[in-house]
Design a protein around this ligand. Sequence first.
Ligand SMILES: NC(=O)c1ccc[n+]([C@@H]2O[C@H](COP(=O)([O-])OP(=O)(O)OC[C@H]3O[C@@H](n4cnc5c(N)ncnc54)[C@H](OP(=O)(O)O)[C@@H]3O)[C@@H](O)[C@H]2O)c1
Length: 417
Amino acid sequence: MALSREFDVVLFGATGFTGKLVAEYLCQTYGVGQNLKWALAGRSLQKLEAVRTGLVAGTKTDATQVASLALIVVDGTDQDAVNLLAARTAVVCTTVGPYALVGTPLVKACADQGTHYCDLTGEVQWMHRVINQCQTTAEASGAKIVHTCGFDSIPSDLGTFYVQEQMYARHGVYASQVKYRLVKADGGMSGGTVASLMNMMEEVRQDPQVGEVIKDPYALNPLNMPQGPDGPDQVAAIYDSHFRQWTAPFVMAAINTRVVRRTNALLGYRYGQQFRYDEAILTGAGPVGYMKAMAVASGSFLVMLAAALGPLRAVLKSVLPAQGEGPSAETIRNGSFTIDLLALHPTDSQKNLRARLTADRDPGYGATSKMLGEAAVCLATDELPAKSGFLTPASAMGQVLIQRLQDKAGMTFEILD
Ligand SMILES: NC(=O)c1ccc[n+]([C@@H]2O[C@H](COP(=O)([O-])OP(=O)(O)OC[C@H]3O[C@@H](n4cnc5c(N)ncnc54)[C@H](OP(=O)(O)O)[C@@H]3O)[C@@H](O)[C@H]2O)c1
């Protein structure tokens, strides 16, 4: 049952690099002053006005209509102010980050007031903390709190859900293992993402326990519930005999795998208690594929090492985008991604299924802004399973969101024969 409040969706962080893209997407797709009641929020009125003005040219929407889009000034660290914000809307969709630094008051406010919530965090240590702090309150208030509604981790989580439902529909069982393989991803990185990664590394330096949480393959699983057989994420070049290609470590696996495993637990172990899930990048066959896999593995290791060491972190920061910056409009428009998910039938390899997901914009920003925007509208307006607390994209929205992403957001989900 949709909540009836002054707004359906408030987009918080609309002045940031990704927030602006989400604002454009919502404006283009849902208009202003039409069925969806939405508003922009941020900490600077001047910046919010500039974003709103930019929507006229950016989306070719009527200027008078756009001028009626409400602007709400809120500092994310002011608990009273975010409480008021959460009370006015059915859903807060937030790109205010790094989430571990400024996101907790808003999660608390939404959990308290039964306000649904979605974000783009990939900060496992922070999700682990806020789940522990606010799960009971959110369950009681009816709030659906859904982290990771961007490239991490919607393709992983909904892709696994999709291929598992296809497996069940065709063969009456769920796959015992799903392998996510990144086939292609063209895009760039924003300063906000860099800042979130750097903050995570700083937290690890200050408190080694945070490092233990990040390494735990089941870091996001509900407490006191069974885990599963998965171990650490891939760190080296490995040959994958199912795909007949070499594979390299995928940096987002450290987030996505935790989310998919939490989904399995939240769905009552629908995929099985012994379900296995992993992610890697396909780099091709033969010696060239091997060399590429080695190069990606070594490159990822060196970047993570530099981010972990204080002095090198400063050097890394100076060459990466600053907060507010990100890939060019052209990179976003011309970008795309393709992911294959192989579902292994528990007893008969002839019945294995391979799903393919694609998107028509760069993964981190063009496609991510559409995924987040659709997740927010889905939470605000669609009939969803009657669950509350800290959910995942698949456990909260499953097939309904898959349909939206295909109908409106330029994504495809298909089974390859
Ligand atoms: N999962 C994914 O696939 C994915 C993709 C993209 C981004 N992200 C994540 O999304 C987050 C945003 O990234 P971005 O590149 O868009 O960052 P950004 O450009 O730096 O934007 C951050 C936003 O947060 C706002 N903000 C910061 N502190 C605030 C506070 N105390 N109160 C209110 N607003 C505050 C900023 O407001 P001002 O404009 O006033 O400074 C800005 O609007 C990052 O955590 C990033 O890792 C994830």
